[in-house]
Design a protein around this ligand. Sequence first.
Ligand SMILES: CC(C)(COP(=O)(O)OP(=O)(O)OC[C@H]1O[C@@H](n2cnc3c(N)ncnc32)[C@H](O)[C@@H]1OP(=O)(O)O)[C@@H](O)C(=O)NCCC(=O)NCCS
Length: 421
Amino acid sequence: MDYEFGSLDFSDDSEEAVARRRGWIGAVQRGFREPRPNEEVVERWTGHYRTDAVNVSGAWLPDGAFGAGPMPVATYASFDKTLNAGRELLPLRMITDITTSASHRRRGLLRRLIEDDLADAVAQGVPLAALTASEATIYGRWGFGPATFNQTVELDTSTGFALRPYDDPGRVELIEPADAWPHVRAVFDTFHARQRGSVEWPSQYQDMLTGAFDFEAGGPDTKLRAAVHLDPRVADDVVDGFVVYSWGEDYTLKVAEMVALTPAAQLDLWSFLAETDRVQKVTFDLAHPDDPLRWALIDVERLKLKASRHFLWLRLLDVPRSLAARPWAADHTVVIDVDDPQGHAAGRFAITTRDGVAEVERTEQLADVALTAETLGTLYLSGVRVKDLHRAGRLSGTADAIGRFGAMADVDGPPYSLTGF
Ligand SMILES: CC(C)(COP(=O)(O)OP(=O)(O)OC[C@H]1O[C@@H](n2cnc3c(N)ncnc32)[C@H](O)[C@@H]1OP(=O)(O)O)[C@@H](O)C(=O)NCCC(=O)NCCS
């Protein structure tokens, strides 16, 4: 089949462009098993994609072919925002809306769209690409490795729940999500500037976290609630944490988003949720791996880890620039040899670290450590240790070289991203 590959201009409001836009959004919804989009979904979606200057592409059946029309048989979108690499915020190509029609799967449509986009990112000087994956078996072949992992936790807040005493002079205030938004945004921006692994929010987060629009329901989310944490030691009206949540079945509070800038503020937000009248359980799908909650509980058994899943997948496109933007733990030199089927990260690189900063350059020297682009993506944020990947056969090198690379590359504290896209 001679598919027609192309992109859509979401700022074009001509009749034909609007029909193709509707068809494209309809195809994405179909691919993700969501209902057909209503007019408001299309409008909100269009607005966000304009704001974020999203590149929208796809494959269509050729004119005249049976089934041809404005609805594509494959969809793909990407846009550029930032990743906190640990020492710097780096431009990040964020990939989303990957679907192929069930009647055109496994004919290379995704391959063509993603490979074109990675080449475009390289041409634009974007050093890294990222996505979140529905299945863990798809993206390794394009050099993506899982780099952050989310944790679904469940807190039993039934009778007897208690935290140990902790030092927090702050207070929590329940306010309307729309009024909370400027504070939510400001807390997130501070968090994003500090937290290794954080990815900038796409524009639709404002709709999601204010309840203005829920893309799954196709209308406003009238059940959403928000609370903010204030630290009067700083100022009476400075917010240093927030939680956005809704009530679920059986007196469960389901946290949609929670960020605090201090451990005490984090504990105060958990405490606020747990002490809410009649609440039996609090759940959160994106808990920070270093959340202070467990060790603040009188009964540690009340916090259950229900699932841990790959979340942010990363792919290095510019190895020297990416590696120079992350932190390093020890002063050494190592030469790595990267195997990359698409070529962007392929070759040998000498990494020399001093005081936590690396100089990285291409080299002809013999390599100490060999690994794939996929493994480099997993190592990048230091969410997985070098020795663990080595034990799994994912890196090769002498024990000395692996030990040296680990001492350099494994830095303290887990990476964390709470941005879905
Ligand atoms: C995932 C999906 C987009 C793949 O699209 P596609 O056009 O069939 O993919 P391609 O034909 O380009 O496949 C390219 C390669 O990926 C592999 N692949 C594709 N989908 C895969 C999957 N779900 N699991 C494992 N491998 C997969 C193919 O086998 C092929 O491998 P090879 O070239 O190394 O032999 C499509 O199956 C789909 O729409 N799924 C439902 C929506 C979804 O999950 N989207 C992904 C969101 S992250």
